[in-house]
Ligand binder design. Structure first.
Ligand code: SF4
Ligand code: SF4
Length: 437
């Protein structure tokens, strides 16, 4: 039976051949830095991808090597942080390659029963359905606040089940969910300088309500009217990164309908991981598909909140915040979207704030979407290194630009006892923004 084609972007021979094996990406790759193994480097992974795609690249299916457990293991261990893209002088677009490799694995490789069930539950059963996200969050909140969490930790049952590390990385569920704000419009304070749509995320609506509210406050204080389109859904980033492309495509279509009916100056996100996928929705569709032009139009409007505010210029007066602050780059903002200076500029604009660079801030903290759940040990190893450098800065506050990184770094500050507060750039800006009476 012929295999069903993988929808969306398929890398060409030239995409792989750009890698000239120079090795300049090796020291930028978190997994290579940890293990010093060629197979877990960008160059090594690209070599393996070419091996399994020989048939496709030469139109001779007989040349395709089967997808082995070892290939899956090396591709699964990749954080998709795209630091190798930034480091590569030949312009290898590694993100495209690894996401296609994952789509191939999803189509051609049979994972364990547990893994298949878990992936089906998360990517198809949960993330695309806001009602189920809210229901699952209520259950988790009951676990966290109803005494069960303390009991599970005290009795050691989590350790017995091998879940202690994962449980420590769980987000705290909000008291009220951001879902209630969908469909609202928040007027600009003072003369209107822009009219924007706000992309609120999926799990962020039950774990980062305060961050979303702070983002809207900062935008309105700086003259933006903020519309929160009612029918928006998860961006599909986690599904796309895991190779579950048809789910990400379906979510893309629904978001086109939710956002493109109106002419916004920009579609704003405070989540770098979502922003990367929203900007690259065109990777999920082929040029011949009707949705491709919508994907391009959508992507052209998307701005990370830091990128947008830095471009617009802050108009709201800022109060002094006498804090020593460091900044961890979110991989999908720095390497995925190439936004480096905007968050730093915004932090430097806050009076009395002392900004200090974090050594190796361009290296992933280990959060990487669902990586801290699927590859918990590696994630915690990367986090330990990150917190060592963060502690050495003697910063009181670590700032970043993505909810996943916030969770990871907050867990890191607790686990490594650094006593550092961890905030999103807009949360610090919100704190510094002097409200007009
Ligand atoms: S830096 Fe680029 S060209 Fe060089 S080995 Fe890495 S991916 Fe290949
Ligand atoms: S995406 Fe990150 S972890 Fe994966 S190969 Fe590139 S640098 Fe290494």
């Amino acid at each position: 039976m012929p295999m069903s084609a993988i929808p969306g972007l398929t890398p060409s021979y030239q995409d792989y051949a750009r890698c000239v094996h120079c090795g300049l990406c090796l020291s930028a790759c978190p997994t290579y830095r940890l293990w010093n193994l060629e197979a877990d480097s960008p160059r090594g992974r690209i070599h393996q991808m070419i091996h399994v795609s020989q048939g496709e690249l030469t139109s001779n299916a007989q040349l395709d090597a089967p997808i082995s457990a070892s290939f899956v293991d090396h591709i699964d261990k990749c954080l998709d942080c795209r630091a190798c893209e930034t480091a590569c002088p030949s312009g290898v677009e590694y993100g495209k390659l690894v996401e296609y490799a994952r789509a191939r694995i999803e189509r051609d490789y049979k994972r364990s029963l547990f893994s298949r069930l878990a992936r089906r539950l998360v990517f198809r059963g949960l993330l695309p359905r806001p009602g189920r996200i809210a229901a699952a969050a209520r259950l988790l909140r009951f676990y966290q606040r109803g005494g069960l969490q303390s009991l599970a930790r005290a009795t050691g049952v989590l350790k017995v089940l091998g879940l202690a590390d994962r449980e420590r990385l769980l987000p705290r569920i909000d008291d009220t969910f951001f879902f209630s704000q969908l469909g609202r419009t928040f007027p600009a304070i003072g003369p209107r300088r822009a009219r924007v749509a706000f992309f609120a995320g999926c799990v962020a609506q039950v774990t980062f309500t305060q961050l979303n509210e702070a983002t809207i406050r900062v935008l309105t204080a700086n003259g933006c009217e903020v519309v929160v389109p009612e029918r928006q859904l998860c961006c599909g980033a986690l599904a796309a990164h895991a190779g579950v492309r048809e789910v990400a495509r379906d979510l893309g279509r629904k978001n086109f309908a939710a956002f493109l009916h109106d002419d916004f100056d920009a579609i704003i996100t405070n989540a770098a991981g979502c922003g990367s996928t929203l900007k690259e929705y065109d990777h999920l569709f082929s040029e011949s598909e009707a949705e491709y032009s919508q994907a391009v139009a959508f992507g052209a409007k998307v701005r990370d909140v830091t990128e947008f505010l830095d471009g617009l210029g802050l108009s709201a007066p800022l109060k002094a915040l006498p804090l020593r602050v460091t900044y961890q780059d979110s991989c999908h903002l720095l390497h995925g979207q190439k936004v480096r200076s905007a968050p730093r500029q915004l932090l430097r604009a806050i009076p009395s704030l002392e900004f200090v660079e974090l050594p190796y801030s361009e290296i992933c903290c280990g959060s990487a979407g669902s990586y801290n759940v699927t590859q918990t040990k590696t994630s915690l190893d990367l986090l330990a290194d990150k917190m060592k450098h963060a502690a050495a800065t003697r910063a009181q506050t670590i700032v970043t630009a993505n909810p996943g990184c916030l969770l990871q770094l907050r867990a890191g500050a607790q686990l490594h006892d650094t006593a550092q507060e961890v905030l999103h750039v807009v949360e610090l800006l919100d704190r510094a923004t002097a409200r007009q009476q």
